[in-house]
Design a protein around this ligand. Sequence first.
Ligand code: GLY
Ligand code: MN
Ligand code: MN
Length: 470
Amino acid sequence: MAKGRKNGLYSEISEELSALMRTGWADTERHDLQLDEQAPYAAHRRAALSARFPGERLVIPSGNLKVRSNDDSYPFRPYTGYVHMTGDQARDCALVLEPRTDGGHDAYCYQLPRDGRDDNEFWTGVTAELWMGRRRSLAESGLVLGLPCRDVRTAADDLAADSAVPTRIVRGIDPILEAAVTTDEERDEELEEALSDLRLVKDDWEIAELRKAVDSTVRGFTDVMGELSVAIASSERWIEGTFFRRARLEGNSVGYGSICAAGDHATIMHWTDNDGPVRPGDLLLLDAGVETHTLYTADVTRTLPISGTFTPLQRKVYDAVYEAQEAGMAAVRPGVAYRDFHEASQRHLAATLVEWGFIEGPAERAYELGLQRRFTMAGTGHMLGLDVHDCAQARNEEYVDGVLEPGMVLTVEPGLYFQPDDLTVPEEWRGIGVRIEDDLVVTEDGHENLSAGLPRSADDIEAWMGRVAG
Ligand code: GLY
Ligand code: MN
Ligand code: MN
């Protein structure tokens, strides 16, 4: 007699039920699957990684489900480096690059196979397909990914048994695989850095995905405009739900928690409670991005007058941020320092804040001392891709201290935030927050603004709202 689940209503599984469950199933193996269109790009990315680590075994896990409670899990998010190197999104997997004597690597992928029907796992196990949905078989994954695939249930033993090969693993993703290998923490960090470095310049396929993400995001912002009157009668949650519907319909999800910040919530950089009122006369700062089915995300912000028209003071702040964004975007082109666009925007905002009398001048001194940061809070942008803050582990010299190259995709997102309790500014300024954020790809001779489909200037915002706001 096999044992049933704890607290299940059925405490036991009879031999007869067990036998009944194991019989009468069709062969559903698929032989028609095609190589995924991303596979050649992923192979190219693996070749670049291989060249950095000759003679070493590299283990890049995808990660496991995280239990929320009992048999309920948080939504699974595969490790970004795994997705980039394989194009795959499955859990409990690991890409292995096995060194060859000629200096290159052979790549293979450990995957969780389909459940057999010769025991009860397929309907009682924690990864049971009957409950969680069908997985690909190892052969099917091989066809789709263009990689030989092996059973992940032997991975820890395989890796532990063959421990003479110098190995690196990305830590913090799969504790079982991590325990099976003997590695050095610093050298493992270098692998993680390399995986981040290699995402700095996007290939053509990735740029096309980011374009899709941004285009869906533009439609999501337009949806929100169309439902503004419903949001006014409801709350910021209506805006969150409206954008989320577009994200789920056209993509995988949102690429990060949507910031639907009306009124003084706009001064909170990571406002995601989204439970406040939406009042005519206030501003709405909407920072949201659709994530494609392939997990590339947009990251766009527009700040809108909920009534459809900016007050003179709102417009004054808006225009300052707009001009700072213009200055930043003008500095996005190949061959210039990554920091240039940030510095151009921040210089503009520092000078404006000095002019308004909120920080002490002269402007260059204020900028050098970073005084504007009381009101600008954050940097002016970041790399964008599979992660909203992409390439976060890249080496400084490649990223923040590096130089822009064609194929890099980044945000330019200056802002001004006057906290509701800031006694250094007049009362009417308090609670105003403005950010404008666009997604730019660096081209051979400058940049393309992928999110140019959304209006940006104060006049264009008002005209757009007049046309589409519901
Ligand atoms: N939405 C997060 C950011 O703009 O960086
Ligand atoms: Mn951003
Ligand atoms: Mn954003």
